[in-house]
Design a protein around this ligand. Structure first.
Ligand SMILES: [Zn+2]
Ligand SMILES: [Zn+2]
Length: 151
């Protein structure tokens, strides 16, 4: 990982020391399907650090979020954690809760400028959420309606 020129040293990221616990938690957030819930992160971290508590995971997630290394998404029932802190948009399945990133080429469309014009706010960013049914849930719904017409 490159050291930021003139930035903080001592293995710190965003002013936060990366302890073995935080490293493991960060890796767990980024692992596999992103956007896990805290409970899933806890299960992943426990494989490496069996004695860690759920409270410690929550506390470190909050600190990592403050340091800008992860982003808390308030979607649905539980918070989900995103290991990609750079601004990006999401697709959310209303049925199974699946979340994935989507790139709609946001560079080309200046939503921030429009929002600033109509509101007078200084816009620092935005996050779009597209909601609907993922392909797997679409298939499930089709199967169900096929069975319903069978009867
Ligand atoms: Zn789904
Ligand atoms: Zn994301």
């Amino acid at each position: 990982m490159p050291e930021a020129a003139g930035g903080r040293k001592e293995g710190a990221l965003g002013g936060l020391r990366l302890t073995p616990q935080r490293k493991a938690i960060l890796a767990a957030v980024r692992e596999g399907g992103r956007h896990p819930e805290a409970g899933e992160i806890y299960e992943r971290v426990r494989r490496q650090l069996p004695h860690i508590s759920l409270g410690t995971v929550y506390r470190n997630l909050a600190q990592l979020s403050e340091a800008g290394l992860v982003v808390e998404l308030n979607i649905g029932r539980a918070s989900r954690w995103d290991g990609q802190p750079a601004p990006h948009d999401h697709l959310i399945c209303r049925r199974c809760g699946h979340i994935e990133d989507i790139d709609i080429g946001r560079e080309g469309c200046d939503l921030d400028a429009i929002a600033r014009r109509v509101s007078g706010f200084i816009i620092e960013g935005h996050r779009l959420q597209f909601e609907g049914l993922c392909p797997a849930c679409q298939r499930r719904e089709l199967d169900q309606s096929a069975h319903a017409t069978d009867v």
